[in-house]
Write a protein that binds this ligand. Sequence first.
Ligand SMILES: [Fe+2]
Length: 272
Amino acid sequence: MINNTLTYQTPHNQENYIIQTNRLYENDLLQLFNKEILAIRIPDYYPLALCELSKQRLLQNGIQHYINAPSIGRNGMAFYETENDPEKIEQYYYRSRVNIEQIRQIFHPNFSPLDKLRLELQEAWASGANIENIHDRKMFVGLCRLLEPNVDFLPHQDIFHLDSKDNIRARSLKSQVAANIYLDIGNEGGEIDLWSYGFNDNIYPEMLDENSYGMSRSKLSAPTLSIKPKVGELVLFNGRNLHAVRPSKTVRISIACFIGYRGKEYPLTYWS
Ligand SMILES: [Fe+2]
């Protein structure tokens, strides 16, 4: 399915689409960054008892909704919401450190799953890992996301340099991986659908439904594969490829960030 409207291709090799492992390894990450596999799964990444505790606290703490996707709740502001608007970008940076600390507080006195991920990326990757700073300011990292029951999180792609136009550092990414740790997910629905391709920067905005962050599934072929995460699991996949989340019968909660790759000799970066 290769033509010039598609980019970010992953070679078709069904057997090797997913790596399931018990910890982060540099070689596995490289395969994901180089688009040789579609996903990495690490079950039991965060203890079940702590998932339950943090879920209760998150629900009590109040969940706000995305400005540009109101059916999706979250704690913390995603850079994606700034939509190239200088005022919203300022608001994002103004709150970034407080938001990191607030989310850490949800897990206190235990370690947070995102802090665990940040440390382990630093340890696994020879050149280390840091908070992204495309504007010479520390970005926010650790968005908690809540999907209400029966919400179809439509197919979309995460393309940093479209969220921050004309930014050279955003454009210098060679790969943008989405990392999610699941704090709550019911038995029915909530699968992540992954496609082995994405549209290029020019076609992608035209594919989106009107006034929507995503596109109807009817515009696309069937997903290449679906993953049903378990509570406590970490799933990493290529955010530049098309991906979606199927409606769930119950609330679905995850904590998430992006991981940026610029080459083996550079530190990884992370942000939300
Ligand atoms: Fe996404």
